[in-house]
Write a protein that binds this ligand. Structure first.
Ligand SMILES: [Zn+2]
Ligand SMILES: [Zn+2]
Length: 201
């Protein structure tokens, strides 16, 4: 369950009963095979109790509810075409997207260009070596290849907040960028990041 006012997801926690986490607390996002309408994602997240837990998120919660969009709205990533919906919040989101602003962006290293993206294309997330930095492994919606970016937590948590400049690992990753979250964390700490500008236009 996503709360657009606090930008937090609600999950069950074995210690606290219920916990509220931001997108930047997600560690692994994996689409469950076989699920289609809607697609269901298994999410490993870092809980305030100190442990990681697993939770389930359906596709609209992951990509559209942070924008105030409900299930049933169609948003084409490449053409920015969307069916109009009534809610005012959604209306604002649609106008911003129509104006060329994207809720989430990342830098695709194989294509050497910024791309719009949605959280369902995030694969792995882990804190970077500096404070407030977050490493994300993203599968590109356009070319399907994986890039690793270093961004701020806000870049992930707040739709339409895009860092002006982000870190990019100059390496073309295989689909299985890391077999485990631990391996990804290790890669993040040893990797060299190059700065790229995230200007989409
Ligand atoms: Zn917990
Ligand atoms: Zn790409």
């Amino acid at each position: 369950m996503y709360d657009a006012l606090t930008s937090r997801y609600t999950f069950a926690c074995p210690v606290r009963g219920e916990t509220h986490v931001r997108l930047s607390a997600f560690r692994e996002v994996e689409r469950l095979p076989g699920s289609a309408h809607p697609a269901v994602f298994s999410v490993r997240f870092e809980c305030e109790c100190g442990d990681d837990h697993l939770g389930l998120v359906v596709h609209p919660e992951l990509d559209w509810e942070p924008l105030g969009l409900q299930e049933g709205a169609f948003l084409n990533l490449m053409t920015a075409r969307i069916e109009p919906i009534e809610a005012e919040f959604a209306d604002l989101a649609i106008r911003r997207i129509g104006g060329g602003e994207w809720p989430w962006t990342f830098f695709c290293y194989p294509e050497e260009r910024p791309r719009p993206v949605f959280p369902s294309f995030f694969r792995l997330l882990a804190p970077g070596s500096s404070r407030d930095s977050l490493g994300i492994a993203v599968r590109c919606p356009a070319c399907s290849r994986v890039s690793v970016n270093l961004v701020s937590a806000q870049h992930v948590d707040l739709p339409f907040h895009n860092d002006a400049e982000i870190g990019v690992v100059e390496h073309v990753f295989a689909e299985d960028v890391a077999r485990s979250l631990e391996e990804f964390r290790g890669q993040l700490y040893s990797a060299d990041f190059d700065a790229r500008r995230l200007q989409l236009q």
